[in-house]
Ligand binder design. Structure first.
Ligand code: SF4
Length: 283
């Protein structure tokens, strides 16, 4: 195991072994993990950012994880360094089984409780009754409406009472995210903490390999970005990291609203839930 330098090394301690870890002969680790100059510094910087944020927002900070590999890296850092940061995720009802299984794997591995936020059943029923089970394919507005019901509203409950949240955005993920910084502010004034902003894909997998981090087996099947099952596919060589998300839509601002656009054309805020009708359609 590679040591985390400079930052609370004593806390790099008795984590249970990674039972159920998803490594295999043709794993994402073997494809992507690569040591690059400055890796240890980036690890130390990310941990330092998390630590400072946990102290600044003691008791009111949550990691919002989509259970993708970046989220798993951050969860590992939080658990490994015993930082007082809650772990929260959204179960939209449309996730792959492998993604849902990660929740219990996290809890078993790190001995933490994961807060799981689900959509309001009535809202889902109403949306589907009115727009159909596969409305997301019919228009961008309907896709965003589905995201509003299944993601944005539950996310607002995760954020209630919180003054800060941690997210695994990286600049490299897409043009929309190319200018994210380590700290931002969402539309409600909460601090948005982005410790992996400057990390490469190789860094992420180097960390997974070095610290034996459990991850979604879909990453071994060329799903770099994992969302809901109907809206995520594997990508081909040369495609953008997020090309597998809402792939049927024309190029543009492909985000679900959890990360709205900022003045720089990047991503910033929690999104505009206030502009959505009760059934979640965009105004
Ligand atoms: S990602 Fe797809 S299935 Fe998931 S909430 Fe958005 S539109 Fe609905």
């Amino acid at each position: 195991m590679t040591a985390v330098t400079a930052v609370d090394a004593a806390a790099v301690s008795a984590l249970p072994s990674a039972a159920g870890s998803s490594t295999s002969a043709a794993s994402a680790i073997s494809l992507y993990a690569k040591p690059t100059p400055g890796f240890e510094d980036r690890v130390a910087n990310a941990v330092a950012i998390l630590k400072a944020a946990s102290e600044k927002h003691l008791g009111t900070i949550v990691q919002s994880t989509s259970l993708g590999v970046e989220g798993m890296v951050l969860t590992d850092m939080i658990a490994r360094h015993q930082l007082p940061i809650a772990i929260g995720t959204l179960n939209t009802g449309k996730l792959h089984a492998q993604t849902v299984e990660l929740i219990s794997r996290i809890e078993d591995r790190y001995a933490v409780d994961v807060e799981v936020y689900e959509p309001v059943n009535e809202s889902v029923i109403q949306f589907v009754r009115q727009n159909g089970e596969n409305a997301m394919y019919e228009s961008v507005d309907l896709r965003k409406g589905c995201c509003a019901v299944r993601k944005i509203e539950p996310m607002s409950r995760m954020m209630a009472g919180r003054t800060a949240w941690v997210t695994g955005l990286r600049r490299e993920q897409s043009d929309n995210r190319s200018e994210v910084s380590f700290h931002d502010v969402d539309k409600d004034g909460r601090e948005k903490v982005i410790p992996l902003a400057d990390w490469s894909w190789a860094d992420v997998w180097q960390y997974v390999a070095a610290y034996d981090v459990p991850y979604n087996p879909l990453h071994d099947e060329f799903f770099p970005s994992i969302g809901c099952a109907p809206c995520t596919r594997a990508i081909a060589v040369g495609e953008d990291f997020r090309a597998g998300r809402w792939w049927w839509e024309e190029e543009g601002f492909k985000e679900c609203g959890l990360h709205g656009s900022n003045a720089h054309g990047g991503v910033s805020s929690l999104g505009a839930i206030s502009t959505l009708s009760p059934i979640g359609q965009t105004a």
